[in-house]
Design a protein around this ligand. Structure first.
Ligand code: HEM
Length: 418
């Protein structure tokens, strides 16, 4: 497909601040080599892999694992892994993102079938209906010409409603989830953040403990009931694993997608010609969302991995027993892989990005996230002839952790005349 031109550059804070202070210049990943030592804002000292080919290969390399208790203990002793982080890993020991095959395979099999392309296609009409209602409400809210916040009133509710319905979680509880998810995703620092993180994790765990009991008594057609039945039916999913799985799906299932929708709309606003091309050719929507994932993918680094043997990555060898973070965003901005990576181009011909990772841990919710973002942008385009930023771009605030997204996106909307 031909490029539609109209470069839209990522602003400096996005392009250079990969981990809220981590000194990785994603624009120059070719110049800095495949990997180097660095410190993440969470305080973890690790090898940061930043070049596309090496990140791509490392994601499927069996010498890199997510669970290595001995290595973690040693890293804690050396002061490279904060004790509280090792503790976090300990508690979440048997989640999808802290296990390796075959344990990981057992856990993944229980949920993967709920997120296949076919299952997600069946959810599309519901997503369309949710977006339609949200867009109608936005139209009313903005009729007087006042600015509306697209994050709070649009990008947020869709993924929350979808994942809550999928899991069978009452949507009324979403304010609590938002609070807990925020703490889990963004309270990664020291001091009071640790207590907030721990309190939120405990609340989520308690919540799902109670929900499991309710679903056991009153099973419904939802994923929680299916997982409870699997557990009760003798599957090897134990009670703690069940709660951990539900919490992971809820947290992973909305935070990143909210950020993708918000960042995608902003990216399109910065790129009027591409926005217009998409309006004229809505069939380009899937390509546009893929380019948004590459250009402003919400996840900075993979989950932390550990080397079980020496690992050669290009001209660098990472010794055994080290922590490694794979820079997904850095890889997706590697000019060796993507010509002019800072350009936003929905017609980019070869766009195999790594925003969802790769290999055994490839995002289980990728189909769902893609579908939600496509429906959200499409519905917005249909309902509003004009969408424009209501504040200067440099006043927009970003929430930066390993996941990044807009705090709010104030816009003015002109409704399409029916
Ligand atoms: C734009 C939205 C999303 C992005 C960018 C994203 C990104 C990712 C990435 C990069 C990984 C792999 C991490 C690694 O290998 O260390 C991952 C894993 C995962 N994601 Fe997503 N995700 C998104 C949406 C979702 C949704 C909607 C769900 C919920 C259903 C979800 C659930 C998960 C789970 C459960 C895993 C762990 C998979 C495993 O370890 O087998 N994600 N995601």
């Amino acid at each position: 497909m031909q490029s539609t031109g109209d470069p839209a550059r990522v602003p400096a804070p996005l392009a250079t601040d990969l981990d809220g202070g981590c000194p990785v210049d994603v624009g120059e990943t070719n110049g800095v080599g495949p990997a180097r030592r660095g410190r993440l804002t969470s305080g973890i000292e690790a090898w940061l892999v930043t070049r596309y080919d090496e990140v791509d290969a490392a994601l499927v390399d069996p010498r890199l694992v997510l669970s290595a208790p001995d290595v973690e203990a040693e890293l804690v002793a050396r002061g490279e892994l904060p004790r509280r982080f090792a503790g976090q890993l300990q508690r979440a020991r048997r989640s999808l993102l802290s296990t390796d095959p075959p344990e990981h395979t057992r856990l993944r099999r229980l949920v993967a079938s709920s997120f296949t392309a076919r299952r997600v296609d069946a959810l599309r009409p519901r997503a369309e209906q949710v977006c339609e209602d949200l867009a109608l409400a936005l139209g009313k809210e903005s009729a007087s010409g006042d600015a509306v916040d697209l994050v709070d009133s649009y990008a947020l509710p869709l993924p929350v409603v979808m994942i809550c319905e999928l899991l069978g979680v009452p949507t009324e509880d979403r304010e609590d989830f938002r609070k807990w998810t925020n703490a889990i995703v963004f309270d990664q620092g020291d001091g009071p953040a640790v207590a907030r993180y721990q309190a939120a994790s405990a609340s989520l765990d308690d919540y799902f403990g109670a929900l499991v009991e309710r679903k056991r008594d009153h099973p419904a057609d939802d994923l929680t009931s299916a997982l409870v039945a699997a557990h009760d039916g003798g599957s090897s999913l134990d009670a703690a694993e069940l709660r951990t799985m539900l919490a992971l799906l809820l947290v992973a299932g909305h935070e990143t997608t909210v950020n993708l929708i918000g960042s995608s709309v902003l990216t399109l606003l910065r790129s009027p010609r591409q926005f217009a091309a998409l309006r004229a050719h809505p069939e380009l929507m899937a390509d546009a969302v893929e380019e948004c994932l590459r250009h402003v993918g919400p996840v900075g680094f993979s989950s932390l991995r550990f080397t079980t043997a020496d690992l050669e990555l290009g001209e660098v060898t990472i010794p055994a027993g080290q922590a490694v973070a794979l820079g997904l965003w850095a890889a997706d901005h590697d000019r060796g892989r993507f010509p002019d990576p800072a350009e936003f181009d929905i017609g980019r011909p070869d766009n195999r990005h790594l925003a969802f990772g790769r290999g055994a841990h490839f995002c289980v919710g990728a189909n769902l996230a893609r579908m939600e973002a496509q429906v959200a942008v499409h519905t917005l385009l249909r309902h509003f002839d004009d969408v424009s930023l209501a504040v200067p771009e440099n006043e927009l605030r970003w929430r930066m952790a390993n996941t990044r997204g807009l705090v709010e996106l104030p816009v003015r909307l002109t409704a399409t005349i029916p």
